[in-house]
Design a protein around this ligand. Structure first.
Ligand SMILES: *[C@@H]1O[C@H](CO)[C@@H](O)[C@H](O)[C@H]1NC(C)=O
Length: 355
């Protein structure tokens, strides 16, 4: 009896933890903008603070804007605190992502956080994507509503990319884990990627399937990036095969410690974190490819760790039954604006509209 009671108390303690924000923040060093990043596009629409540690990305009628890491990385933990644009932001997309699309045009890898603007102020949606070796025809999107207003203060969004698994974090809560499954093959990102942050006009698809466009009456749209972290393994030449042959080792070269990365606090989904992840997904997730039998009739992807609870809430919300399929056409935009469009425009794949 006593043992059972203790066990139950422990279970309840874990469940209680899951309802609270994780207490301890990850201890990750941040870099100054110039130490780790360079402007990508948008000229004057990328505004660096005098401190050199934060940057503001603006979208106005003239242009979006973006920055890119100076290095390419093979694995790492990449993080930014982001405050999203306020008020009416339909059609606006803010993205924080890893990609090597400029190096590997046909076989690129990509890991995304995409923030999709809204007609209702703080009701932004967040989308995560995973692509490997050009798997653009096998979209692995998930979408979530945030349990806070992301326009009021900065929240931290992080991507852990290890050879064995990927974790997306919102603050200290893991919201998605992708464990590498052998059957994923090349779909698991495995080539060096750069880190990007962009803001751009996604009127064609971002908000309710493109129904609501960017309204420049509310411009400029401003997104603030701070606490930038690049805890990764930099590679000298992202297109050289020697970069891909680097083996796990504990010592590592300048700034790269793969064993350290894989055993770091943020690389481990503890039982408490798993409970927090389940709770987040049960409450906040509006779409996951893992339960979308309409789109992938052959069944879920091999890495899907499906749970009955998630599946039930997914069908209860039923976004997949009402969702509008929308093609994000390759070449719909010109070359310049394609660069500006950052993450999504170059993919030319089928995306799905949020509703
Ligand atoms: C990546 O794609 C290329 C071209 O389709 C193919 O030759 C290669 O084997 C793929 N690599 C992996 C790891 O699947």
């Amino acid at each position: 009896m006593a043992t059972t009671a203790r066990f139950l108390a422990a279970v309840l303690a874990i469940a209680a933890c899951a309802c609270l924000p994780a207490a301890a923040a990850f201890d990750v060093p941040t870099v100054a903008f110039d130490e780790g990043f360079s402007p990508l596009f948008g000229d004057g629409n990328l505004v660096r603070a005098a401190s050199g540690r934060t940057a503001r990305l603006l979208l106005d009628r003239r242009s979006g804007s973006g920055f890119i890491s100076s290095d390419y990385y093979l694995h790492g933990f990449f993080s930014a605190s982001i405050k999203l644009p306020r008020d009416y932001t339909a059609g606006v997309v803010v993205a924080f992502y890893l990609s090597n699309g400029d190096v590997y045009e046909k076989t690129h890898d990509e890991l995304d956080f995409e923030f999709l603007g809204s007609r209702w102020g703080g009701q932004w949606r967040v989308q995560t994507n995973v692509y490997g070796n050009g798997s653009t025809s096998r979209g692995r999107e998930e979408r979530y509503l945030l349990p806070f207003d992301p326009t009021l203060e900065a929240h931290r969004y992080s991507i852990l990319w290890a050879p064995t698994h990927i974790i997306f974090y919102v603050d200290d809560t893991p919201i998605r884990e992708v464990v590498r499954h052998p059957a994923m093959g090349g779909d698991f990102p495995a080539k060096p990627m750069a880190v990007y942050a962009t803001i751009w006009d996604g009127s064609a698809w971002a908000t309710e399937g493109g129904k609501y466009k960017v309204n420049y009456k509310y411009a400029p749209f401003a997104s603030d990036f701070s606490r930038l972290s690049l805890a990764g393994c930099p590679v000298a030449d992202p297109s050289s095969s020697s970069a891909l042959l680097r083996l796990p080792r504990s010592g590592g070269v300048a700034g790269c410690d793969l064993l350290g990365l894989m055993t770091a606090d943020y690389a481990v989904v503890t039982p408490q974190r798993r409970a927090a992840m389940r709770a987040f997904r049960a409450r906040q997730m509006t779409y996951t490819v893992c339960y979308d039998a309409a789109r992938y009739a052959a069944g879920p992807f091999p890495e899907c760790d499906n749970s009955d609870e998630e599946r039930r809430s997914f069908w209860a919300w039923g976004e997949s039954r009402t969702v509008v399929m929308k093609t994000r056409g390759r070449g719909r935009r010109g070359r310049a604006s394609r660069a500006a469009a950052g993450a999504a425009a170059a993919r030319g794949r089928t995306g799905m509209a949020s509703s």
